[in-house]
Design a protein around this ligand. Structure first.
Ligand SMILES: Nc1ncnc2c1ncn2[C@@H]1O[C@H](COP(=O)(O)OP(=O)(O)OP(=O)(O)O)[C@@H](O)[C@H]1O
Ligand SMILES: [Mg+2]
Length: 381
């Protein structure tokens, strides 16, 4: 069980994250005081097209060269450091005043279910510490894996700390590349959480293949199509959706190859817009089913992550989840775009205080562990 400290480490912490969609680096500056936090500044730091393409090629196995990966490890680290330095300037604070950076890095592959479970995040924290002068905590997932967990999802621990309350049951659902759910019953019960399935990753990949834009803006293309029931049913037959928690996944599993397998088996001619409509429904239905299958009787569901900007998807989710009220985490005081980056700022504070950061009830780890490695900055240990 995650034991909450009476007073967490206080100070200023930066969270850095490039998610599974590798659309941009999210950077958030969090002030933590006891059990309270304030988002002081945030930034979406662009990743060049060439970096995005190289991440994609490595994560899909189209490139397998270690030299390519190590080169990207350095280039991404420079971008992470630059994101932090820009954020600090933007916030008008001194680097010396920042206690630590929590850098999630960029996941290339996530294989928690193999005989030798592993998860690979790149963006060398040595370079981040050197280029910012700030102590950097990184490599958050592998200690949880070593303790028998999936190394993911980690954010339920932060969702629990930041959003749980004693008087109602709520769910927080992040719709990034993959969707993941945190179930928050009350502040003394541990956070349960798991990945529900594809969030935006299939929507983005299908959209890119057919329209050469990075995502389906507001879900307008999906809204122009008609969901195809046999394709939806075929996708939902995947064993991941029925698998009991703990479970986690990534775009190395839910990708165009996975989709094409289902399309091929159907032997029906579908318009690309109808496929997009079906994928939007798959995201909404798989999130709702995860709630039902796990008997999670929420009073309110709060969404975060880039998926909240997809109007069509959000309206499907509202329909699916009715009569349960849905809104975004803005209603809980944190803008949905910055929840995940804020989580890694908080996780850095936990590590520096030598406190556990993993939620075993979500990852399946045998016990709580202090996550990550610490790379000391220039000015302080
Ligand atoms: N206006 C919009 N309309 C439709 N989709 C949007 C819009 N804005 C963002 N998105 C979606 O959100 C995605 C980015 O979301 P986010 O940054 O939360 O994901 P991520 O980087 O993969 O994070 P995670 O690590 O949580 O998976 C985009 O790839 C896109 O699919
Ligand atoms: Mg992102």
């Amino acid at each position: 069980m995650l034991t909450l400290p009476a007073a967490a480490t206080e100070g200023l912490f930066i969270g850095l994250l490039s998610g599974t969609s590798h659309d941009a680096i999210d950077a958030a500056l969090l002030e933590i005081k006891g059990h309270h936090f304030r988002l002081l500044a945030h930034r979406s730091h662009a990743l060049s097209d060439s970096l995005q393409e190289r991440i994609e090629r490595l994560s899909l196995g189209l490139d397998n060269d270690i030299r390519q990966m190590m080169n990207l490890d350095v280039l991404l680290a420079r971008s992470f450091a630059s994101a932090a330095n820009h954020l600090i300037r933007q916030a008008g604070v001194n680097a010396d005043d920042i206690d630590a950076i929590g850098s999630h890095g960029q996941t290339l592959l996530h294989q928690p279910q193999s005989d030798t479970p592993w998860s690979l995040q790149i963006g060398d924290p040595n370079i981040i510490a050197e280029n910012t002068g700030i102590t950097t905590v990184a490599d958050f997932r592998r200690r949880d894996l070593a303790a028998g967990g999936q190394g993911a999802p980690l954010t339920p621990a932060f969702h629990h700390w930041a959003f749980s309350s004693d008087d109602r049951n709520i769910a927080v659902v992040n719709i990034g590349g993959i969707s993941n759910l945190s179930w928050l019953e009350n502040s003394s019960r541990p956070a349960i959480g798991f990945d529900c399935g594809p969030g935006n990753t299939l929507l983005d990949a299908w959209n890119r293949q057919h329209r050469q834009t990075s995502y389906d803006h507001n879900g307008e293309w999906a809204a122009s199509g008609t969901s195809h029931a046999p394709l939806l049913q075929s996708c939902l037959q995947d064993s991941f959706f029925r698998q009991a928690a703990p479970k986690s996944s990534g775009p190395d599993y839910f990708n165009l190859q996975w989709l094409n397998k289902h399309l091929k088996a159907l032997q029906a001619a579908l318009s690309p817009a109808d496929v997009q409509a079906t994928l939007a429904e798959l995201t909404a239905v798989s999130i709702h089913r995860a709630m039902i299958d796990n008997h999670l009787d929420a009073e309110h569901i709060y969404f975060c992550g880039g998926g909240v900007h997809n109007r069509h998807l959000m309206s499907l989710l509202a329909q699916q989840c009715a009569p349960v009220a849905v809104s975004t985490t803005a209603a809980l005081g944190l803008h949905p775009d910055w929840v995940e980056a804020a989580a890694f700022a908080w996780l850095a504070s936990r590590t520096l205080a030598q406190r556990s950061g993993n939620p075993p009830a979500a990852t399946g780890a045998a016990h709580e562990v202090v996550l990550g490695g610490v790379y000391y900055g220039a000015t302080r240990p």
